[in-house]
Write a protein that binds this ligand. Structure first.
Ligand SMILES: C[S@@+](CC[C@H](N)C(=O)[O-])C[C@H]1O[C@@H](n2cnc3c(N)ncnc32)[C@H](O)[C@@H]1O
Length: 223
């Protein structure tokens, strides 16, 4: 089965023997990749909508993986059940992800690993989970078409992070690499444009944007 680079990267970050819940599985390509790469991984492919879940069911059937992947229809973590140790959510906005966790805070105590690839509000997601006894054990950037996606891996534990850590990601700050530079050059450009179009009375937003521009320039020049 052909899988895109973003989903493959997410799949490769899942540990051996995991029991995963993929929230918003859509076609279940990720789950199929996971159980094919490791025969000891099991997965629950869940989605809030019947349409995507029926595609998931068809794909799982096509690969004869019904004994490895269970499909569950439901909103967010409503489909969680005991024994699942890894939550995966990708291809949604960061605030939706936070909402999903807020509706089932008890699940945060039960799982060991959370792998997220939010389309936006990544800093809010990092702050939320790190406030609730997780830390960033890994982070990756992956390019798919013209977009660069962040993938965040949270494990159980506490770490102290600075503003800069939350902004860039503590792991990415250490790893850097060419994709890091490309990603933050784009972020820099979008903030420079924002500064030009913000109305005069948006002083606080302008102040924050200038501070972020300064931080990005320092980091890019300090390769
Ligand atoms: C853009 S697709 C992402 C599919 C896949 N996870 C990926 O990264 O390619 C988003 C999927 O999430 C589902 N979804 C959105 N909100 C959800 C929620 N609260 N609970 C479960 N699924 C949800 C949608 O129905 C859709 O199938």
């Amino acid at each position: 089965m052909k899988i895109n680079d973003r989903l493959k990267k997410i799949g490769d970050l899942v540990e051996a023997n995991s029991f995963c819940l993929d929230v918003g599985c859509d076609h279940a390509f990720l789950d199929i990749y996971l159980v094919q790469k490791d025969k000891n991984i099991r997965a629950v492919a869940s989605d809030v909508a019947e349409g995507p879940l029926s595609h998931a069911r068809e794909n799982i059937k096509r690969y004869h993986l019904e004994d490895k992947i269970e499909c569950r229809l439901g909103n967010g973590l409503d489909t969680y059940s005991d024994g699942i140790d890894t939550i995966i959510i990708s291809g949604m906005g960061g605030r939706s992800m936070i909402g999903i966790f807020k509706s089932h805070m008890e699940v945060l105590k039960k799982v060991d690993t959370i792998i997220l690839s939010p389309n936006n509000y990544q800093i809010d997601v990092k702050k939320f989970l790190c406030k609730h006894k997780f830390y960033l054990s890994n982070e990756e950037l992956v390019k798919e078409g013209k977009f660069i996606y962040q993938i965040l891996v949270f494990s159980k534990g506490k770490r102290k992070y600075t503003k800069k850590d939350y902004f860039f990601g503590p792991v990415l700050l250490k790893k850097k690499g060419s994709l890091f530079e490309e990603y933050y050059k784009r972020e820099l450009k979008s903030r420079e444009i924002l500064l030009q179009i913000l109305p005069k009375n948006y002083r606080w937003k302008k102040f924050l944007t200038r501070r972020e521009i300064k931080m990005i320039k320092e980091e890019i020049n300090n390769k």
